[in-house]
Design a protein around this ligand. Sequence first.
Ligand SMILES: CCCCCCCCCCCCC[C@@H](O)CC(=O)SCCNC(=O)CCNC(=O)[C@H](O)C(C)(C)COP(=O)(O)OP(=O)(O)OC[C@H]1O[C@@H](n2cnc3c(N)ncnc32)[C@H](O)[C@@H]1OP(=O)(O)O
Length: 242
Amino acid sequence: MASGEEDGTVEEKETNNKKRTKGTIATAWLTFYNIAMTAGWLVLAVAMVRYYLQKGTHKGLYRNIAKTLKFFQTFALLEVGHCAIGIVRTSVIVTGVQVCSRIFMVWFVTNSIRQIQNEESVILFVVVWTITEITRYSFYTFNLLNHLPYFIKWARYNMFIVMYPLGVIGELLTIHASLPYVRRSGMYSLRLPNKYNVSFDYYYFLIIVMLSYIPLFPQLYFHMLRQRRRVLHGEIVVEKDE
Ligand SMILES: CCCCCCCCCCCCC[C@@H](O)CC(=O)SCCNC(=O)CCNC(=O)[C@H](O)C(C)(C)COP(=O)(O)OP(=O)(O)OC[C@H]1O[C@@H](n2cnc3c(N)ncnc32)[C@H](O)[C@@H]1OP(=O)(O)O
């Protein structure tokens, strides 16, 4: 008599094989992690909508959601660990650049420079991240539970086409807005002479960060386009850094 797996489609068999490789503990952990992250970003979305409906302005919104945003975005560092130990099939480099640039945006730009927290660009990238992450983490959750609605899969691999550039615009405008304050305050900078005999200018560092989007962002974007072709159109795609 044929077993359940033998009866299944090729796609189901592939999913079962993948799960077996991943292991039960890893799958359980990832399911918990993705549910927690979906919930976290949903809380953030609800808080933003409520704030805007109550106050009728985006001013003060960032301060209102800052703690939750910092917590869940920082928690995403675990994703670099997931790739490093091999429980998800993603490049450590791609994930590392994505997660670290976001953490940098949250802690070392938006959180550190109060004067820019009411900029529209901050709201732009926070809203874009929130929509993206709710979709992404619910995609992973339903995928792990083997009940993935097509519209979530579609959204995961189509929305980024618009959302990624929008997020980047929000992030770059925010860093740009912070430059005058950083220059005036000399924050995070080290001037000579000092006992370490080292000088560091955060203002120029931020300009370098902005310029680094030029080579790095296309790599993330093309990575996602390749993932899209693989998942939605079944193309076999070879990643160079894997
Ligand atoms: C210190 C100063 C630093 C300065 C650096 C400056 C850098 C500048 C450039 C950076 C620009 C970033 C801008 C960015 O912040 C803007 C935005 O994010 S805007 C919002 C739009 N964004 C997106 O759409 C994000 C798209 N990116 C991502 O989704 C991820 O970050 C990425 C790592 C790119 C995802 O790639 P991945 O390879 O993971 O794709 P998949 O989702 O298809 O997953 C591949 C397989 O792994 C499985 N997986 C992955 N994660 C999980 C998980 N948590 N749980 C379960 N399974 C997981 C997934 O299912 C796939 O499995 P399979 O191959 O079996 O199908």
